[in-house]
Write a protein that binds this ligand. Structure first.
Ligand code: ZN
Ligand code: ZN
Length: 300
């Protein structure tokens, strides 16, 4: 049986972070220092997503001059508009925005803004849902205009112990909404909030266009450290090759799940019988330090 995405796709893996802040909004470091930090750490691409708010003069931070053959910048912003059940504003990551993306208008709400960002060509992500108690009913108003949910936000974990978004992603999947999952730093550099969550994306070249297309197509997995080399779905089991793991978990609809645990496993086979009847599944590889790698959801 074939490998699932992104392992089945041609190209090579690129490491990237798509949610970061600089002094163009409330980050601590100037944009060139933010970019240097990621570049020196071996990342292949980055989006500086400053807060697209009036108080910061609605920035789509211009980072084009920092792209070269080895490193790719994607223009983006974290966009905001009223309102969720418990918060004044939505937090949405928009990667692949045009530089002249028009400021939000007073009558624009979160779903309208997400729709406009998507129409302008952006990959739209539902940022740190756990951090601000985003509800499933909030998210359902937005699913038509969003590609992905932040399954892990490192800053929200380090500073608030609210970095995880699986509850929202899985709730949406259970209702049939086909969103992907990405991890990010959301680094502001006001804490040790760098390098804790990223995506490994498969693309044929490192051009901004190819990276953006692969993002929208879900050709990536997310990680806090573990590497996933391959995932195959066979008749009755799922086969994984990965860096040394303590547990490989497959989760699905409701409480349905199945796992294999061991010591330094680099190959694992997980019985899929307990997931019979689940229309979707996703894989979590955990190392002996408790760090996760997350596949995108697979629809059967
Ligand atoms: Zn935010
Ligand atoms: Zn942010």
């Amino acid at each position: 049986m074939p490998s699932i995405a992104p392992f089945s796709a041609p190209g090579r893996f690129l490491r990237g972070n798509i949610h970061t802040h600089s002094t163009r909004s409330d980050g601590k470091l100037p944009v060139e220092e933010v970019i240097r930090t990621y570049r020196n750490a071996g990342y292949d691409f980055l989006s500086v997503t400053d807060h697209f708010l009036k108080e910061f003069d609605f920035p789509v931070t211009d980072t084009r001059a920092f792209s070269d053959d080895d490193f790719t910048m994607l223009l983006g912003a974290e966009v905001h508009a009223p309102r969720t059940e418990v918060s004044d504003i939505w937090h949405l990551v928009a990667v692949g925005l045009p530089l002249d993306f028009a400021p939000t208008t007073p009558d624009e709400d979160g779903p309208a803004l997400a729709a406009r960002a998507k129409a302008a060509g952006a990959f739209v992500g539902i940022a740190h849902p756990g951090w601000y108690s985003l509800s499933l009913s909030d998210a359902e108003t937005l699913v038509a205009h969003a590609h992905s949910v932040e399954i892990y936000n490192h800053t929200c974990q380090v500073m608030h112990d609210r970095g995880h978004g699986a509850y929202l992603l899985d709730g949406l999947l259970d209702k049939g909404h086909r969103l992907t999952a990405y991890a990010c730093d959301d680094a502001h550099f006001k804490a040790v909030d760098f390098g804790g969550g990223w995506i490994e994306l498969k693309a044929e070249t490192n051009s901004a266009d190819d990276i953006l297309a692969a993002l929208k197509a879900g050709q990536f997995y997310s990680t806090q450290g573990p590497r996933i080399d391959d995932i195959r779905i066979e008749e009755n089991h799922l086969a994984v090759r990965c860096s040394p793991a303590a547990r490989v978990l497959v989760t699905g609809q409701g409480y349905l799940s199945s796992h294999t645990s061991g010591t330094a496993m680099t190959r694992a086979s997980v019985d899929l019988a307990p997931l019979k009847g689940s229309p979707w599944l996703r894989v979590i590889v955990t190392d002996d330090m408790g760090r996760n790698a997350w596949s995108n959801p697979v629809w059967r």
